[in-house]
Design a protein around this ligand. Structure first.
Ligand code: COA
Length: 375
């Protein structure tokens, strides 16, 4: 840029900030693929562990390689006792995402090789945090209820163990598979705000943990991952399907944004929302509690009629998480505990082909002001 004379691209909309081979999004089709595989096929055919491996290594592990990867991740699940003690010591008023951010920062401080950003070390850290974040989030869920955290069970799959650590009970097949599908759907999403934050930090050649801490900080916001808690609160506020239309009308008249609607890239529909809608419907029926799904569909219908705005990933994920028994204040934390996979993939990709990310600002303030400096 010659000088800051160019047009500002508000919110960097449509700007291609880097090359990437991890996820492809076509907002108009709409399409989302992981490493070239359509997301609907991915959730149908692959386990969570296979998706993690695919996103990092660009191939689907099978047989012995898969079993070794599953066993390695399972072995990395326990978190240091000192981190659990720190979580316990934080005040109840701390935002759960702030507590998680602090825990990751502490894990970084405890890692003697934190500053080593060589490819094998980045991969080791990615595996460790992918295995440990569910343990931390489940511990938060237990500590909030005054209960002791549950130690991970290495004989269970990633998703089944997560459900077990959250509830204290071995999950049934539907619960484990629904959680697994939701974790896969949230694992990666191109250069969204939190992933971009990770890439910006790594762009300075700072360390892996600093990048993840930045990612958690960005995901926390209500325009990003924080929206999912707000969706559930909104469904509770609406209270009944017949009240949904009036609620939506009132919010739109007041120019209030409804959580779970709209997306920067998907304007015609979010492929993840379509899948989560089906999951929410099935799970609600299985749990014998279809109220939240009915409210959600009624509000969606009104929103489509009035403004044509689509539900995003968080919209139907909220009732899914609710029926899975995830505590409401930890919905965003669960997203963070799986988005770590995408963050890690992008951190590794950025490191492999790095250039400092440093945009410009169009200066609109005064210039040439004179100070009364005594000579
Ligand atoms: C996701 C989001 C931040 C994208 O923002 P954006 O790309 O800057 O979109 P814009 O704010 O430019 O929205 C375009 C239009 O849709 C409207 N709109 C977008 N999302 C809306 C929502 N959730 N409720 C009501 N109106 C919405 C905007 O008011 C704007 O209308 P206008 O042109 O009449 O002014 C935004 O849709 C939003 O705040 N959604 C709610 C939070 C959320 O669910 N976040 C999770 C995202 S996965």
């Amino acid at each position: 840029m010659s000088e800051a004379t160019e047009r500002v691209i508000s919110g960097l909309e449509g700007v291609l900030a880097c090359e990437s081979q991890i996820a492809y999004i076509d907002g108009s089709a709409p399409e989302l693929s992981y490493r070239g595989y359509d997301i609907a096929d991915v959730v149908r055919a692959l386990s969570y562990e296979q998706v993690v491996f695919l996103l990092w290594h660009d191939r689907i592990p099978q047989g012995e390689e898969l079993r070794a990867f599953e066993a390695e991740l399972a072995s990395l699940r326990p978190v240091p006792q000192s981190v659990l003690e720190m979580l316990k010591a934080l005040p109840a008023s701390a935002h759960p995402m702030a507590s998680l951010r602090t825990a990751v920062s502490m894990l970084g401080a405890l890692d003697e090789r934190a500053e080593d950003c060589s490819p094998p070390e980045l991969l080791r850290k990615a595996k460790t945090l992918t295995a440990q974040l569910p343990t931390l989030v489940a511990a938060q869920a237990r500590l909030h209820r005054g209960l002791a955290p549950i130690a991970p069970d290495p004989s269970l799959s990633h998703a089944a163990n997560y459900a077990y650590m959250l509830s204290g009970e071995r999950p049934d097949v539907t619960t484990a598979r629904t959680l697994e599908t939701a974790l896969i759907l949230y694992a990666e999403h191109e250069t969204n705000a939190s992933t971009f934050a990770c890439r910006v930090v790594v762009g300075t050649q700072s360390d892996y943990y600093s990048a993840v801490v930045a990612g958690i900080g960005a995901l926390k916001g209500p325009l990003h991952g924080g929206a999912i808690d707000d969706v559930m609160r909104m469904l509770m506020d609406i209270g009944a399907p017949e009240r949904a239309a009036a609620y939506v009308d009132e919010a739109l008249a007041a120019k209030r944004k409804l959580p779970g609607f709209g997306h920067r890239v998907y304007r015609a529909g979010d492929p993840r929302a379509a899948l989560l809608r089906g999951m929410a419907q099935q799970l609600s029926a299985a749990r014998g509690d279809e109220k939240w799904f009915a409210i959600a569909t009624a509000a969606e219908q009104r929103m489509r009629q009035s403004k044509g705005i689509i539900p995003n990933v968080d919209y139907y994920a909220a009732p899914v998480f609710y029926h899975l028994g995830v505590p409401l204040n930890l919905f965003t934390n669960v997203i963070a505990s799986t988005r770590i996979v995408g963050w890690s993939a992008h951190i590794m990709e950025q490191y492999a082909n790095n250039r400092l990310i440093r945009p410009r600002a169009l200066y609109t303030g005064p210039r040439g002001r004179k100070l009364n400096v005594a000579s």
